[in-house]
Design a protein around this ligand. Structure first.
Ligand SMILES: NC(=O)c1ccc[n+]([C@@H]2O[C@H](COP(=O)([O-])OP(=O)(O)OC[C@H]3O[C@@H](n4cnc5c(N)ncnc54)[C@H](O)[C@@H]3O)[C@@H](O)[C@H]2O)c1
Length: 355
């Protein structure tokens, strides 16, 4: 931990990654301010409220007037928010543009204006899309985004890096596909959903399966953000880092095999249709060499963890909208069409409160 960074704002702090990141930063001794629209409620951070170094506010980052006072006193801002995933982002491009590009860039402008030098942005390895490269893809490799979500990430990356100067130092983390248990669980991520379905005795449907993808435990992702925060500025200023580990680069059918090893007797049906064409093999030597970052968790460990948690979560309904970004986003958009988007709306049925 660097002595000049004491207080960090985590935008998206109640999300799948954000809630794990808030906990990790608090454990490292940082003061943490979570700013989140609470689209999925605020259950994920309720256990943190008793910690004196933690504050949380239900605010959409687009609302500059409300966000600005919360950022005062912060030395770093982390963006782990926005609409996440191809299906959710495809629903309403205008809504996605506001939640992602406009919100992130507004926040970055506020940071620059307030003199907050450090801004860490969660991007995605999805920017590599579909690659025929035999060599693993580095941060210098060609990007080939296949979806609106991935294009949006790339546009944000470019805009943020263009803002960089001696007073503002963005860092871009291109995260692998996340897995593992979090207080805001997502059952729309491939490792999580295949494991959860197997736990419920459901047949796993694998479309194609040969697609290569990098994976990263949600706790390792949190550790990567902490590594950037604790690194000297010249190492991370205006840099892009792929985040993951080559030992967690797998094909989708490898994931199904890992699940079958952990949960024997699981049925797998292989379908020839390739729904998700993303296919890329990523290199992580830059973050290892520059920041000494190494992942701690393998995919099989994540599968075993989810299996254990599923057995304790009696009757959890893995298809509930709170666990599926596309479903919640659909509800949000319908509510906005009915009532307008005046303030961060709550998903009907989810209880959450500003603190
Ligand atoms: N999960 C993955 O596999 C993955 C992979 C690569 C990159 N990422 C990136 O990591 C970040 C976190 O992803 P996640 O899986 O935790 O998603 P998530 O959907 O669980 O969390 C996003 C959180 O941000 C909040 N939010 C969204 N837009 C907001 C706004 N404008 N203002 C305030 N709060 C807002 C939501 O309420 C939610 O709590 C995202 O930026 C995502 O693109 C995730």
């Amino acid at each position: 931990m660097l002595h000049d960074i004491k207080r960090v704002a985590v935008v998206g702090g109640a999300g799948y990654l954000g809630s794990a990141l808030c906990l990790h930063l608090l454990d490292l001794g940082y003061e943490v301010a979570s700013i989140d629209a609470h689209w999925f409620g605020d259950e994920a951070i309720s256990s943190l409220r008793s910690r004196p170094s933690f504050t949380s506010r239900q605010i959409d980052a687009l609302h500059a007037d409300e966000v600005t006072p919360l950022l005062r006193g912060c030395q770093a801002v982390v963006w782990v928010a926005g609409l996440v995933g191809d299906p959710a982002c495809d629903l309403d491009p205008g809504f996605t543009y506001g939640c992602n590009y406009r919100s992130a860039l507004t926040l970055a402008e506020i940071c620059k204006w307030l003199g907050i030098e450090r801004f860490i942005f969660a991007s995605s390895c999805s920017v590599y899309g579909q690659s025929n490269e035999v060599a693993r893809l580095t941060e210098e490799s060609l990007t080939n985004p296949l979806s609106f979500y991935a294009r949006d990430k790339l546009v944000c990356e470019k805009a943020l890096r263009a803002m960089s100067d001696e007073t503002f130092h963005p860092t871009i983390l291109r995260l692998s596909t996340l897995f593992g248990w979090s207080n805001r669980m997502r059952f729309d991520l491939v490792v999580n959903v295949l494991t959860a379905k197997a736990c419920k005795g459901e047949t796993l449907e694998i479309c194609g399966g040969g697609q290569r993808r990098p994976f990263l435990h949600v706790k390792d992702a949190a550790r990567a953000f902490a590594s950037v925060l604790s690194s000297n500025l010249p190492l991370v200023s205006n840099e892009i880092f792929n985040v993951g580990g080559v030992e967690n680069n797998h094909r989708i059918l490898d994931i199904a095999n890992f699940v079958c090893s952990e949960i024997p007797d699981t049925n797998v049906e292989y379908l020839s249709d390739v729904v998700d064409r993303r296919d890329y093999d990523v290199d992580f030597s830059k973050i290892t060499d520059a920041l000494s970052f190494k992942t701690a968790f393998s995919v099989p460990e994540g599968i075993a963890e989810i299996r254990g948690r599923m057995s304790q979560s009696n009757g959890i309904n893995i298809t509930d909208s709170v666990y599926i970004n596309e479903k919640t986003t659909r509800q949000l958009i319908n509510e906005i069409r009915r009532n307008g988007y005046h303030h961060a709306p709550m998903v009907p049925g989810l209880v959450g409160s500003a603190a």
